[in-house]
Design a protein around this ligand. Structure first.
Ligand SMILES: Cc1cc2nc3c(=O)[nH]c(=O)nc-3n(C[C@H](O)[C@H](O)[C@H](O)COP(=O)(O)OP(=O)(O)OC[C@H]3O[C@@H](n4cnc5c(N)ncnc54)[C@H](O)[C@@H]3O)c2cc1C
Length: 337
């Protein structure tokens, strides 16, 4: 951290900086334990805004004081190192950010959701959305069955798999830009691709407009069931992991994506351990951790896997899992410094 960013980050820990913002502010919050790895350090400041205006004002103050601002979804693709995270981490779990139009808003009334495209808050739980859309006989989300995420996290990562991704149902998103301005961005402008979404730097997704066409409930239920069963069969869903650690690299000869899991398996790395972290025997691209383990062990193990796959097959595996710490963590170990 440079002296300037250290000063800015320290400013964030002064409660006065957040006066008058309608948000719950927690200092030294153990966010690492709330990720799917259930390991790692604290956020200096965790902010849970209760309204769009509060989030916008929070972003404005962070930009003005040069305080780093990050967003936490469900932590299903996140490794928080033990040293923790400087600046502010935003959590969109307040009701203002989690609503779908079929949720009751005042205890009695439900929003109109007859239209094919619906607006859903970015903090909404994707698992619940898949279940709701199945119950309501709406298509468009079956491909996301079994993927743990908030809707915003799924958009940010363009989460998906063998059956499709969130991009195929996404029409546009609403964001709070770095500095607090609210904007709408069309999906076509996000250059969505394989685990790829070009969000402007520092912008926070606050809602997504999804195309969820009405369809045959039995067919939708069967699709969700098939995809969920496929995931359960092929992935260690119960392990403490963040899903696939690496992106599937492109084979230079064919231009096609190769399975990173297969490359890891071919390099003989299934079961490899570093401290409390290990490569899953079930799926080579899942790096998991023992209960009570160290996030730093996962990072070290991922570095070893990258180097050993490079030595074995010449392929550079790029990390898909996002690593948070006080320093920028390079995506490949040799890129240090
Ligand atoms: C058991 C398991 C299975 C998985 N299977 C799959 C799979 O099949 N396919 C797949 O693609 N992924 C899979 N994953 C990874 C993970 O589910 C996805 O990457 C998911 O999109 C992460 O969402 P999240 O809300 O947890 O985001 P987080 O992990 O909390 O955050 C990930 C990144 O998104 C950013 N972010 C989060 N919310 C927002 C927002 N509102 N605005 C802007 N940026 C935001 C964060 O700042 C961070 O950079 C799996 C993970 C696990 C643990």
């Amino acid at each position: 951290m440079t002296p300037a960013t250290a000063t800015a980050a320290a400013a964030a820990s002064d409660a006065n900086m957040w006066n008058g913002i309608d948000a719950e502010i927690r200092f030294n919050d153990p966010i690492g334990g709330a990720t799917w790895f259930a390991a790692g350090g604290c956020a200096d400041v965790l902010a849970v805004p209760r309204s769009f205006a509060a989030l916008s004002e929070l972003s404005r103050r962070c930009a003005e004081a040069n305080v780093p601002l990050r967003v936490l979804g469900q932590g299903a693709n996140l490794l928080v190192l033990e040293e923790g995270v400087d600046g502010v981490v935003v959590d969109l779990s307040a009701p203002a950010f989690t609503r779908a139009p079929w949720d009751a808003t005042d205890g009695t009334a439900r929003g109109d959701h007859s239209a094919e495209t619906v607006r859903i808050g970015a903090g909404a739980d994707l698992f619940r959305l898949v279940q709701d859309s199945k119950r309501l006989g709406r298509g468009g989300l079956a491909q996301m069955a079994g993927i743990p995420a908030t809707l915003g996290g799924a958009v940010r990562m363009n989460a998906g798999g063998a059956y499709g991704d969130i991009a195929q149902s996404l029409e546009r998103i609403e964001v709070v830009m770095h500095g607090g301005e609210m904007r709408s961005i069309e999906a076509a402008d996000l250059r969505l691709g394989y685990r790829h979404c070009e969000l402007p730097a520092g912008c926070i997704v606050v809602a997504a407009h999804l195309r969820l066409p009405h369809g045959d409930p039995k067919k939708i239920e069967a699709d969700v069931h098939e995809i969920f069963e496929y995931k359960k069969r092929t992935q260690p869903m119960g392990a403490k992991s963040a899903g696939c650690m690496f992106r599937n690299p492109t084979d230079p000869a064919t231009g096609r994506r190769e399975s990173a899991g297969k490359l890891i398996d071919q390099a003989g790395l299934k079961g490899l351990r570093f401290g409390s972290a290990f490569v899953s025997e079930c799926h080579g691209n899942f790096l998991a951790i023992d209960r009570g383990g160290r996030a730093r062990d996962v990072l070290e193990l991922s570095n070893q896997v990258q180097q050993r796959v490079l030595a074995h097959s010449g392929r550079r595996l790029e990390r898909e899992v996002v690593v948070w710490s006080r320093q920028q963590v390079p995506s490949f170990p040799e890129e240090r410094g």
